[in-house]
Design a protein around this ligand. Sequence first.
Ligand code: GCU
Length: 613
Amino acid sequence: MKRVVFIFLCFLMYADTGFSQEALIQNISSRNNLSLNGRWNYIVDPYENGFYDYRREAYDQSKSKTGGYYDDKRNVNKSELIEYDFDHSPTLKVPADWNSQEEKLSLYEGTVWYRKLFTAKPISGKRYVLYFAAANYEAHVYLNGKKLGMHKGGFTPFQFEVTNLLKAGENSVVVKVDNTRKKEEIPTNSTDWWNYGGLTRDVFLAELPETYIHDYKVQLAKGNQNLIEGYVQLNGAKKAQKVTVNIPELALKFSVATDENGYALIKTPVKKLSYWSPENPKLYEVQIASETDAVNDKIGFRTIVTSGKDILLNGKSIFLRGISMHDENPLISGRPRSEGDLRMLLTWAKELNCNFVRLAHYPHNEEMMRLADEMGLLVWAEVPVYWTIAWTNPDTYKNAQSQLGDLITRDKNRASVIIWSVGNETPLSDPRHKFMGNLVDHARSLDNTRLVAAALELHRDGNRVIVDDVLGEKLDLASFNEYAGWYWGGTPKEITKYFFDIKYQKPVVVTEFGGDALAGFHADADTRYSEEYQESLYQNQFKILGGIDGLRGMTPWILVDFRSPRRPHPIYQEFWNRKGLISETGKKKKAFFTLKDYYDSVSKTFNQTKASK
Ligand code: GCU
């Protein structure tokens, strides 16, 4: 019953906050899809002239008004006044942000209209869903001039059923994408990353049976290495069906009967599993078949729990040798555009001898999680509840909750994902504790098998660095960002006087430390922005962090330099945040090798003791 309520609430929530779309379809990329990637015509519209008339009334909110660019009008009548023309407009690549494609759009914040013409051959009895893997930030979507709906959130997928609107032959899909930053949004109007706008991830038309497998979860029960638990959810008229789950390699095949809502619990014992881990990223072919549909997935099975100050992966205590990273390919200085971009970033992490990546500060591409499953990297996944959020605005909370729900819905079958993070470095206040505490509860209500965390606040009293952020009481980890040697504490060699006082008897994962270095700039270790300063900072950070009892991981900030409008220094930054261990040209700085050596030694010395039950 809970599941059905969730789907219904999901729909209501979107409806309530102006979203009109269905709950996400699990593993939709594996379906029979017509890709809409490629070149789209576009119109830059800073005054939203294609959306509002001159009295600022929205065209698509009125039956009589015409003039919205979504009509995609062609000039057929020589005396008709039309002041736009997609056919003769320039094009942008999709998937890709607009900033990195056009110099004039590099810092542009506002609306860009996208239009794609495509030919469809809809089959009677099939259903069609128009799917966007992400659009930053607010998207209004139209098909053949009809409004499908709107979505907010720059990093989570959304979709609209178009079965009754799709035409045999040519179709026109028009999307208004607006990346304007706003105080009450998620993220808010202040971040330390580039505000890449546009259709930044895949777009495609999915074809589905009349009653199809809408969602499923197939994972090990929390802390139980011998029990597979989950559910399957059908969508369509024929709700009560027999659904078979088959894992051929385990010779495990069982069936469930979906109820009048199309829902069935999955619960079955399992033996002789090869448990997924970074050292053994074992994935099984999982075949799910109803009477009217079938979908296959590659799923790893592992358990992740905490016990005292230990993080137990498959019952063994582990140390998370991690690195933080943005969803950005530095070589094009834009959002990743292909699996190749993502694989390059994760390969750099593997070269560091990482077993863990912190995908900051927002949901990365679904493909990233699938690659982490395949390559053997544990994942910290996060929603952009970042810095000074509008904590008391109910719509802001609903937005954060829907982005968290979409992230968990999308990635709940990925063995690599072990942590849901509800935010980063958020200033202490009662409204903040309530807002984020509710997000923690929401995460646990959707998925009780993973850890829930956030980058907590800290404060200093002399040389004592204190972590007693009240939010920590609700989290599984004591995680925090600390910038000794960069933002405070003097030069790297002076930070060894600091020590940490962590009020929680929980595993400690230091989610950020680091400092800028301009690759190729060499000087003594007291000279800011030199590679030697960054190297010395890492060396001395290891000394002070080594004093933390219960240190079970770290994700230094950050794998590679990334674009930020907050970093204008004309010599050392040029709108790049240079805390990367790798430069935007792919050059590894000295600190890269310092961290690699540290992880090499940790991987040999950390005692993966079979923690006491
Ligand atoms: C913060 C924040 C990062 C930011 C970093 C920095 O801790 O979490 O998003 O980029 O510090 O200042 O470089």
